[in-house]
Write a new protein. Structure first.
Length: 163
C-alpha cells in the first residue's frame, strides 16, 4: 500500500498509531483541527499505514502522517510549513515541524528547512504530546511573514536574483 492523501478526517489514526491511547489520538485530532482551521491553503494530509510499525532497518526517514501548509508559491519560490510524524533511521519515532523555503544558493539544494522542531516520541513523551509541541511551532509560524525572503534573511541564506 502506498501513501494516501486526503482530509485529516479520512486518516485511519488507530491504524497509523496502534499503540497510542484514545487520549493521544484525540490530542492528534484536536491539533490537526487547529492546523486546518488556521491554514490559508487546502487542508491535505498524507499517510502511510505501511509505516505504522517500527521498521526493521531504514537508512532514511519514514513518514507515517504529514502535512504541508503552503503560505506562498511564486513558481520558483515558495514558503511551506511542514509537520511530519515519522520514524528516524535510528528507529525512534518523532514529530517534526519546519519552515521550508526555496534554495537560492550557488549550489542548488532545492530547499532549506529552517526553525526545525523535533520531538522524539520516547519515555514519557507520547505521540499526542509530541504532535502538540511540534504543531505549536507550526501554528506560530502561520502568523509570521508569508514572504519566503524574510525567512531566508533571518537564516542568512541567499535571496533570489530578482529580490
Amino acid at each position: 500500500m502506498g501513501m494516501t492523501k486526503g482530509r485529516f478526517a479520512a486518516a485511519p489514526l488507530s491504524a497509523l498509531f496502534p499503540r497510542a491511547s484514545a487520549g493521544d489520538l484525540a490530542r492528534i485530532e484536536q491539533t490537526a483541527g487547529a492546523i486546518d482551521a488556521a491554514r490559508p491553503d487546502d487542508p491535505v494530509w498524507h499517510w502511510l499505514v505501511d509505516h505504522a510499525e517500527r521498521p526493521e532497518r531504514s537508512d532514511s526517514l519514514l513518514q507515517v502522517l504529514c502535512t504541508g501548509v503552503l503560505l506562498s508559491d511564486a513558481g520558483s519560490d515558495w514558503l511551506e510549513l511542514d509537520l511530519d510524524i515519522e520514524w528516524q533511521p535510528n528507529g525512534v519515532p518523532r514529530a517534526y515541524a519546519a519552515v521550508n523555503v526555496a534554495c537560492w544558493c550557488e549550489v542548488d539544494h532545492n530547499s532549506h528547512f529552517l526553525n526545525e522542531v523535533s520531538v522524539d516520541i520516547i519515555d514519557d513523551v507520547s505521540v499526542g504530546e509530541a504532535v502538540e509541541r511540534s504543531a505549536g511551532s507550526l501554528l506560530a509560524w502561520i502568523d509570521g511573514p508569508v514572504d519566503p525572503s524574510a525567512w531566508r534573511e533571518r537564516a542568512g541564506l541567499p535571496q533570489p536574483p530578482h529580490s
